[in-house]
Design a protein around this ligand. Structure first.
Ligand code: UD1
Ligand code: UDP
Length: 350
């Protein structure tokens, strides 16, 4: 099969690493990079480190409001699809790049493959929720990471060509964890001691774009004792600068630029706990059995909440601090597949 994959944002590069490796054993794949993420440490570093094939097309769309960003991608992807006439278009997750790819292809009657289909937060204020619902409803092959995702699709009457193959991010962790142990020097570089620091990530628009929520989150970080390392997303760095939040006031805080995947896995694996609003990071915490505290009101990854592995706290500083201080002995289950989701996907496409 000739497949065109559309990528644009950091988590999609990571998901594509195992999938492209498998796809290319039996299919022909071309990659379109929309340019949604463009800083070297949000994009190039992943292509180099994870040996993701170089994009065949780079759209250079960059940042912008949702309409402009998605619209520009849509027009440019359509042109490529008309020229290339692939058998399938493949997208991951729930970003604006996902939606643009899915819409462009479905209007041209090119079947759409959606990896990480069926996730729902049931919060339509999230741009990701709109992107996922729209993408699932125009997709022809829907690869779900969990049973819950299959159920969510059933509830929306999407019943055909839905497969629970497991999570491709699990494949990525499985493949790279040993490499990370061998190669990453981030703990030495940041002078961090195993299990004596917390790892923080914050980038969700519902948090960063609300001054009070950001203030609460930073207040909570001020009250959490000990070392905290925060590889900061460019969106969040901009908000912090624009709004004049002073992170120097937060004791023990190491604010660092976004890191590559191997450094990130190392930071996750050695953290005492992880405090995040990221979708991918919640799952990686689960895979590596690191207690997670999620600063959101809902999560799509509901199964991680069982057994105290992940605690949803929103942005109330009291709740964040007490979840961080609470002693937990989480129970983990095998919920995300057999680490071969990418193999199953490639074979099922065939
Ligand atoms: C996007 C996705 C989100 C995903 C996240 C992964 C949408 C609607 N959101 O959010 O679902 O969780 O990626 O990280 O698609 N910026 C830079 N350099 C970059 C990229 C972004 O400076 O390389 C800054 C710009 O100021 C930009 C802002 O970050 O305006 C937001 O970027 P954008 O891609 O629109 O959304 P994310 O918050 O990254
Ligand atoms: N990640 C990374 N470096 C960082 C922060 C995150 O490599 O500095 C990885 C992380 O390990 C996970 C993915 O990026 O695999 C998650 O992406 P992000 O949090 O940006 O988006 P989300 O998953 O919420 O859509």
């Amino acid at each position: 099969m000739k497949i065109i994959t559309v990528l644009g944002a950091r988590p999609q590069f990571i998901k594509a690493a195992p999938v492209s490796r498998e796809l290319r054993k039996i299919h022909t794949e071309l990659i379109i990079h929309t340019g949604q993420h463009y800083d070297a440490n949000m994009s190039d570093i992943f292509f180099e480190e994870l040996e993701i094939p170089k994009p065949d097309f780079h759209l250079g769309v960059g940042s912008g409001n949702h309409g402009k960003q998605t619209g520009e991608m849509l027009a440019k992807i359509e042109e490529i699809l008309v020229d290339e006439k692939p058998d399938y278009l493949l997208v991951y997750g729930d970003t604006n790049s996902t939606l643009a790819g899915a819409l462009a292809a479905s209007k041209l009657h090119i079947p759409v493959i959606h990896i990480e289909a069926g996730l729902r937060s049931f919060n339509k204020k999230m741009p990701e929720e709109i992107n996922r619902i729209m993408t699932d409803h125009v997709s022809d092959l829907l690869f779900c990471p969990t049973k819950t995702a299959v159920k969510n699709l059933e509830n929306e009457n999407i019943l055909e060509n839905v497969f629970n193959v497991g999570d491709v991010m699990y494949d990525a962790v499985d493949y790279n964890l040993k490499l990370a142990e061998d190669k990453s020097e981030i703990l030495e570089k940041e002078k961090l001691t195993t299990k004596e620091y917390y790892l923080i990530t914050v980038h969700r628009a519902e948090n960063t774009d609300d001054h009070d929520k950001m203030k609460n989150v930073i207040d909570a970080f001020t009250r959490i004792k000990g070392d905290k390392v925060w590889p900061i997303h460019p969106r969040t760095r901009k908000v912090i600068e624009d709004q004049g939040f002073d992170l120097k006031e937060v004791p023990g805080l190491h604010v660092i630029d976004p890191v590559g995947y191997l450094d990130m896995l190392t930071l996750e694996q050695n953290a005492r706990k992880i405090i995040t609003d990221s979708g991918g990071v919640q799952k990686e915490a689960y895979f590596m059995q690191i207690p997670c505290i999620t600063m959101r009101e809902q999560t799509e990854w509901v199964e991680t909440l069982e057994g105290n592995a992940n605690i949803l706290v929103g942005t109330d500083p009291e709740k964040i601090v007490s979840a961080v201080e609470k002693t937990v002995t989480p129970i983990y289950q095998d919920l995300f597949g057999d680490g071969k989701a990418s193999v199953h996907i490639s074979e099922m496409i065939r």
